[in-house]
Design a protein around this ligand. Sequence first.
Ligand SMILES: *[C@@H]1O[C@H](CO)[C@@H](O)[C@H](O)[C@H]1NC(C)=O
Ligand SMILES: *[C@@H]1O[C@H](CO)[C@@H](O)[C@H](O)[C@H]1NC(C)=O
Ligand SMILES: *[C@@H]1O[C@H](CO)[C@@H](O)[C@H](O)[C@H]1NC(C)=O
Ligand SMILES: *[C@@H]1O[C@H](CO)[C@@H](O)[C@H](O)[C@H]1NC(C)=O
Length: 243
Amino acid sequence: MWKLKGYHDSDLKNMIFYSLLVVLEARPYQLSFLREHHDFELKKQGSLSLQSNMADAPNMTGFMSVMSMKGEMKAYGAFTYDSMGKKLRFRSNESSATNASHSMDLLMFFEEGIFYEIESKNQSCVKKKLHCSMHPLDIPDDATFSTKEHSGSAAIEGEGLQLDVWTGSMPDKKGHYSMSVTKGCLPVFTFYFTESTSFLFRTMEIENEIKDPDLLAAPSFCVEQPVEDTPEGTVNGFLNEFV
Ligand SMILES: *[C@@H]1O[C@H](CO)[C@@H](O)[C@H](O)[C@H]1NC(C)=O
Ligand SMILES: *[C@@H]1O[C@H](CO)[C@@H](O)[C@H](O)[C@H]1NC(C)=O
Ligand SMILES: *[C@@H]1O[C@H](CO)[C@@H](O)[C@H](O)[C@H]1NC(C)=O
Ligand SMILES: *[C@@H]1O[C@H](CO)[C@@H](O)[C@H](O)[C@H]1NC(C)=O
């Protein structure tokens, strides 16, 4: 029988029992940490390996064009996207020829579920509730990996672009989308097909950073705005702004 100096047998038993308890209690946390870590590693590898697990889009600044399938240029302009904060600013470029009836300046807060239609000229602003969080800069969580394809040439250096294609259905199930992104999850183009209309969003000249963070903050003349009532049957979302 082994003994620890100065401890009774019962003390020793208690000590062993409580250390076991501590180990057991810690296990769920350890497991969930391991699981999260494993998922994270998978996600990280996804953007590098052939598996094409979904990765998150990075922060971005660039240009975006919106075209209807009838060939109308709906909008062209600069965007800024905060991929973690889920914030998007899009301002149409007035110097380019589009069929849009008005210039566009949108600031979307997908996490908060609100957005602003900004009119800088007369410093006016409309604040609205956001019903649909779909937009062409990030792959939706429920998208399905469709295929990996090489646009242009895979054989000639610098003449090709490897794309991952992700597909899914629209939230109301009355349509679907197909999204093509680079290995590093930069969006290249996205098609949205719905019963009534279809659109092509293209992105260009992307830089991997937020160049002007101020663009992602609501202008002072917007902040005090009350949220406008949504008319019955209206769905507000980034895509709906181009219909
Ligand atoms: C993206 O931008 C936001 C806001 O500026 C910043 O908090 C975040 O750290 C950036 N993320 C990366 C990956 O740089
Ligand atoms: C605008 O629409 C008209 C008719 O729908 C079309 O002929 C014209 O090419 C369009 N312009 C642009 C810039 O898309
Ligand atoms: C319009 O777009 C071009 C890039 O295509 C950009 O250089 C220019 O600054 C933009 N103009 C405005 C007013 O946004
Ligand atoms: C500002 O201009 C827009 C578009 O020209 C117009 O719809 C809106 O009513 C104007 N707002 C104010 C407060 O003048």
